[in-house]
Design a binder for this molecule. Structure first.
Ligand code: ZN
Ligand code: ZN
Ligand code: ZN
Length: 317
């Protein structure tokens, strides 16, 4: 009888932890509300880790939640009115600048085509190969002496600050465009966004941002009619193009590859955006376990089985 009861409890514990791969074991006292009886027993709770390589079950839950948050924020549902579909909504892709020529796989599958050219170290800066998508060489520099590893590490470290300052500047330009002071802007329009970072094969973060303009007052109220999607898009574009942030460690700015899409066109497109953001919210830096750990020594970095340029970035950091 006791055995059957404990098996039942075990199944309940696993269910409570949502099938988590690394549940956290807590000790606690449980009060039976009917009898007042107090029992002390361990309880398994989910780790809630969002990286799929660490915990597939918790990551899956996070991914579904992220999908729901983005899709309802764009087209309504689950308490969000469908009228948000009439608000200006944009999908931005922000990239890092170049820190040197790297092996790539472009849409036409070329790498670095063109006439043969060499760097000061006598290495070729052209590559006529067509890399397979799984080729670990993609993202690695054509000359690892020329490549500015320190600049790449600095950019990753400062990229969140760069976005925060860019967003502030967008709001400042928006206030000017609407003819109000920066302090008064929230009484006219509110910009809500969700940002997800993905690491490119070259080891640099790039950001996907989904952004919606709301009116002041009640949540999800419509913005003033003179704030159109096109107007907001041109303000964002003008800010991102030449915005930079300077600090004691140097200056960082956005890369040339900036993409801005009107998210209010098709509902099917909106859901593709939601799937995109949910996917990258749960992906690890390079899709493996290699960088999902804290390194204490240089030899720990050298012992992982990762592409050489990613190891070099970690060593530089
Ligand atoms: Zn888990
Ligand atoms: Zn190549
Ligand atoms: Zn070189």
């Amino acid at each position: 009888m006791t055995r059957r009861k404990s098996t039942h409890q075990l199944v309940k514990d696993i269910q409570h932890a949502g099938g988590c791969s690394h549940p956290i074991r807590l000790r606690g006292e449980f009060v039976n509300l009917a009898t007042g009886e107090v029992n002390e027993r361990p309880l398994l709770v989910a780790c809630k880790y969002r990286r799929a390589v660490i915990c597939p079950a918790c990551s899956y839950l996070y991914k579904v939640d992220a999908w729901i948050v983005v899709s309802t924020g764009l087209i309504g549902g689950k308490g969000v009115p469908a009228s948000v579909s009439d608000h200006p909504r944009l999908f931005l892709t922000l990239t890092a600048p170049s820190f040197g020529t790297v092996h790539a796989r472009r849409s036409d599958r070329s790498c670095q085509p063109g006439r043969l050219r060499f760097c000061g170290h006598g290495r070729s800066l052209a590559c006529s190969r067509r890399h397979d998508d799984a080729d670990p060489e993609i993202g690695s520099p054509l000359c690892d002496i020329c490549y500015h590893f320190a600049g790449a590490v600095l950019w990753n470290a400062e990229s969140s600050r760069l976005w925060n300052r860019t967003f502030e500047q967008i709001r400042r330009r928006l206030a000017i465009a609407l003819g109000v002071s920066f302090e008064e802007l929230s009484q006219h329009v509110r910009l809500n966004y969700l940002k997800v970072a993905e690491f490119q094969r070259r080891g640099l973060a790039h950001f996907y941002v989904v952004l919606r303009a709301d009116g002041p007052g009640a949540p999800f109220s419509p913005p003033r009619p003179d704030l159109t999607t096109q107007r907001l898009a041109s303000i964002i574009e003008s800010v991102v193009k030449d915005f930079s942030v300077s600090g004691p460690r140097g200056t960082v700015s956005w890369g040339q590859q900036f993409h801005l899409a009107d998210a209010s066109t098709l509902s099917r497109d909106d859901l593709r955006i939601a799937a995109y953001l949910a996917k990258y919210a749960t992906k690890s830096a390079d899709g493996s376990m290699d960088f999902e750990q804290r390194f204490r020594t240089r030899s720990e970095i050298l012992n992982i089985n990762a592409p050489a340029h990613l190891q070099q970035l970690a060593l530089t950091a």
